[in-house]
Design a protein around this ligand. Structure first.
Ligand SMILES: CC(=O)N[C@H]1[C@@H](OP(=O)(O)OP(=O)(O)OC[C@H]2O[C@@H](n3ccc(=O)[nH]c3=O)[C@H](O)[C@@H]2O)O[C@H](CO)[C@@H](O)[C@@H]1O
Length: 368
């Protein structure tokens, strides 16, 4: 099967696409040479996708501003140009199917495919759909969702299929593998991973910087990930302080393998992170980003909190003290962790990639 995949901007849209691609290759539904990823140069995808050895090509497009501005005129012009470019790419590559995983780049690629009568699927990771997927929902053949609640976001109910997030299946099968020693951490000490989504989060970084001296006294260890753009500032703020139980990284390239060795997570409540957390049955402290459309991360987090899988810390309550208190609550109580792990695991979607592939292969068969 020849497949064009498009999705980007942030890791939350890219990693589900990569997990799907990996599974398409594993199951021999597609060869590596039959896959083309279309993204933008500016998005994280331009770095992450070629690193995986997947063919990558970029189109120029930008997102709409919320307020009326001259930039929006440029955005419209770029959008029309990117549809023409996408149509050319599609005519050249001749995909059997085009799938979009969100982020504005996928709007042009998937829309162009629909206009050319190529079978199309979108994948929505969140319970509240993104702007791009809401737009594309009118044109595609199938809408794959990760949370049942997302069905309410689309008017054409016949198109909707609940598959889960393919990244869940990619991490679900991974066993603990002592990879923490790669970073100089101990392999048998409980480890807390702190990170603010795929791009890092300034408020989480600041709370961690303020709490550094206290974390340094803990019996557990901390793997702290700043996000690439924040790394230098965090390192400067930490200065010459160091501790055997704390490691600071800018980005983790191989998150699935690292997650398998982690005891608990402090993070944002991005949908793909949540798919990973529940696939592995990890306990977590979720600090939803208040800067996302319709506060959808709070909704994502609430589903875990309700079932006892996670604690939620609202960003306006985030401080060094609340960060430490929540971290200690989980890291110093093995019984609590055990019940959170069980609750987390019940929300996991370990067959999500296969379910999405099923949707794709059925659609291709029907349209042949
Ligand atoms: C600010 C913003 O718009 N956030 C959205 C974005 O978040 P974001 O891109 O942060 O997405 P998620 O938290 O969902 O996923 C982050 C992904 O990046 C990976 N990772 C992260 C850090 C790292 O060092 N290495 C690494 O590989 C994680 O393992 C995960 O696979 O997309 C999500 C869709 O899924 C949405 O729910 C989020 O609201």
């Amino acid at each position: 099967m020849r497949v064009i995949v498009s999705g980007g901007g942030t890791g939350g849209h890219i990693y589900p696409a990569l997990a799907l691609i990996q599974r398409l290759i594993e199951t021999k539904e597609a060869k590596k040479s039959e896959i083309l990823y279309v993204g933008t140069k500016r998005g994280l995808e331009s770095r992450i996708v070629p690193e995986q050895g997947i063919s990558f090509t970029s189109i120029e497009i930008q997102g709409f501003r919320r307020s009326l501005s001259l930039q929006n005129a440029k955005t419209v012009a770029l959008f029309l140009k990117s549809i023409r470019r996408s149509k050319n790419l599609i005519r050249e590559f001749k995909p059997d199917i085009v799938i979009g995983t969100g982020g504005y780049v996928s709007s042009a690629v998937v829309y162009a495919a629909a206009r050319l009568h190529i079978p199309t699927v979108i994948h929505e990771q969140n319970s509240i759909a993104g702007v791009t997927n809401k737009f594309l929902g009118h044109f595609v053949n199938k809408i794959a969702i990760s949370f049942p609640d997302a069905a309410a976001e689309f008017s054409e109910k016949k198109k909707i299929v609940l598959t889960g997030n393919p990244r869940a299946q990619q991490v679900a099968g991974i066993q603990a593998n002592d990879r923490l020693t790669d970073f100089g951490l101990q392999k048998d000490v409980p480890t807390l991973l702190i990170f603010g989504g795929s791009r890092g989060a300034e408020p989480i970084n600041q709370a961690f910087i303020n709490a550094f001296d206290d974390f340094a006294k803990r019996a557990y260890q901390v793997l702290f990930v700043t996000g690439k753009v924040h790394f230098d500032r965090v390192k400067t703020a930490i200065g010459s302080r160091s501790s055997d139980n704390i490691v600071i990284q800018d980005y983790i390239g191989d998150m699935p393998n690292i997650l398998a060795d982690i005891t608990a997570i402090v993070g944002r409540a991005g949908a793909t992170s949540i798919a990973e957390i529940t696939a592995l049955g990890l306990p977590s402290i979720l600090i939803p980003s208040p800067y996302v459309t319709h506060d959808h991360q709070t909704k994502n987090a609430e589903s875990l909190v309700k079932s006892g899988a996670a604690l939620m810390l609202k960003e306006d309550q985030l401080s060094e003290r609340s960060l430490l208190r929540n971290a200690d609550t989980i890291m110093q109580d093995a019984i609590l962790r055990k019940s959170m792990m069980a609750a987390s695991k019940t929300l996991g979607q370990p067959n999500a990639a296969d379910q999405l592939i099923q949707v794709m292969t059925n659609l291709v068969k029907q349209t042949k």
